[in-house]
Design a protein around this ligand. Structure first.
Ligand code: 2M8
Length: 467
């Protein structure tokens, strides 16, 4: 493959893996993770995201598993050290050493340790969570360590033993507090929990939320990107912050949130990642000789999750749809989240065929004007599509990774190889950006995004392993 380079941008995050820098692609990717490293964990990006983010850390550990297994384990351990007593893994763990006024909402605004007895007192965390990629990363650490000497295998086994109960608690929290209906689908309280923050997926349920008085605030994110159009709008931010105020009023108390919160949505992508993570957790359970009752429980969650997703299938769009808990209505949008059943796995041949047809269609990777044949985060055919705005259309390497990995698990090795090849070509052309304009290939957002480098490392390792 070509050397991965980075186009010069106009803002401070354009520095880093420059075209002049020598070395193969994986040393450039490893360099991004090294530069973004802070003590035992890694910032998602040098200035835009100065704290530890939950699912970013999981992807980062997945990439680090190929270059520095110990650092990969420390990445997850430092995140899980802030797990709430409910089992929730917070979506942000605040870095006390981050420069002042570098990210908003900050620890003070969340105020979680003062409001909730379930939150850790230090370091401070947000009160939300993000998709549970963690067990998938732990399994990767296990897989990569097994090719090493006996000492490393036993160190990895200890890591698995220590972390199995934490992962199990995390998944149990999601299967219970976030799914009191036992539907197999996870309820999110805020678009930030989905990780696809301002996706058109959330337009309808957000419109139904009357925005009240939000205490005044200043956004710092806009100073770290070349153009404000790359980020959510001010109106979207007001809604995000209003939802946060409402969550604070409940003191982050799950039952009360479920009673009163105006944004409660069954997120199919989150739910599918939980199914795939349960599949990984089952293998971890085997490696640590976990009790049978744990294994039975994990399998039951997996089956329930797949059934729940099947119930969200939209035969007309040939995609899976999120559901608004408050209205019971499906959210009729066309986004990459619709491929959730592919990520959950265990598909009947007909369902797999339909999903692949949608993926290849002009609504996604088959659109004739794409710079690279990769699925945009929202379909260009969706009324909410925007080619430059965050999760509303740009191509995200981390989403490509999820689909690539799912294609492999589905036995679609030819397609997986093509998606991997094109993703790596895109990075070779545009660097380790956070996301890309789908028609021009222009790198957008942060230019040294850790999870982009991490998924590149995992894909590059697959080349060595002959995938
Ligand atoms: C983005 O989300 C944060 C809020 O959590 C933001 O926009 O400020 C999303 O892309 C999210 O998925 C990601 O985890 C985070 C850090 O990369 O940035």
């Amino acid at each position: 493959m070509k050397e991965v380079s980075s186009q010069g941008g106009t803002h401070e995050e354009a520095a880093g893996a420059t075209p002049g820098e020598a070395g193969p692609a994986n040393s450039l990717a490893a360099g991004v993770l090294r530069r973004n490293g802070v003590k035992s964990w890694t910032r998602p990006a040098p200035t835009l995201y100065p704290h530890q983010w939950s699912w970013d850390s999981a992807f980062i550990a997945l990439g680090l598993a190929h270059t520095d297994n110990q650092r990969a384990t420390r990445e997850l351990e430092s995140l899980f050290a802030s797990q709430w007593s409910t089992g929730k893994v917070p979506h942000i763990v605040f870095n006390p050493d981050a420069p002042p006024k570098s990210y908003f909402p900050d620890a003070e605004r969340w105020n979680s340790s003062a409001l909730s007895p379930d939150a850790p007192s230090s370091p401070h965390t947000s009160g939300l969570c993000q998709p549970p990629v963690h067990a998938i990363a732990v399994r990767r650490i296990w897989e990569t360590s097994r090719r090493k000497d006996e000492r490393r295998v036993s160190r990895a086994r200890d890591f698995l033993r220590d972390n199995f109960p934490r992962l199990l608690n995390w998944h149990r929290y999601l299967a219970t507090a976030r799914d009191p209906e036992e539907s197999g689908l996870v309820t999110i309280y805020h678009p930030w929990e989905s990780g696809t923050d301002n996706s058109p997926r959330w337009d309808m349920p957000l419109e139904a939320v009357p925005v009240g008085e939000v205490p005044s605030y200043t956004r710092y994110d806009l100073q770290h990107v070349a153009d404000a159009s790359h980020r959510p709008t001010d109106a979207e931010y007001d809604r995000f912050l209003w939802l946060l105020e409402l969550l604070k009023r409940t003191r982050y108390e799950e039952a009360e949130i479920y009673e009163s919160h105006p944004f409660l949505v069954k997120d199919v992508l989150f739910s599918a990642i939980l199914v795939a993570a349960n599949e990984a957790l089952l293998e971890i359970a085997d490696a640590v000789d976990a009790p049978d009752e744990d294994r039975i429980q994990i399998e039951a969650w997996m089956h329930r999750g797949r059934r729940g997703l099947e119930g969200c299938w939209d035969p007309q769009r040939k995609l899976c749809l999120d559901r608004d808990v408050r209205t019971g209505e499906p959210l009729r949008t066309r986004t990459i989240a619709g491929f959730a059943p592919l990520i959950a796995g265990g598909l009947e041949p007909d369902r797999l065929r339909d999903l692949l047809a949608t993926l290849d269609s002009p609504a996604f990777a088959g659109h004739p004007d794409l710079r690279w044949p990769l699925p945009p985060s929202a379909s260009p055919e969706d009324p909410g599509f925007h080619s430059r705005s965050y999760w509303r259309g740009p191509t995200w390497p981390v989403a490509n990774w999820l689909l690539w990995w799912s294609l492999l698990r589905a036995g679609e090795s030819g397609r997986a190889a093509r998606m991997r090849g094109v993703t790596l070509d895109q990075l070779a052309d545009g660097g380790f950006a956070e996301y890309f304009e789908p028609f021009t290939g222009e790198p957008l957002g942060s230019r040294e995004q850790s999870w982009t480098a991490a998924v590149a490392l995992d894909m590059l390792a697959a080349e060595t392993d002959g995938v």
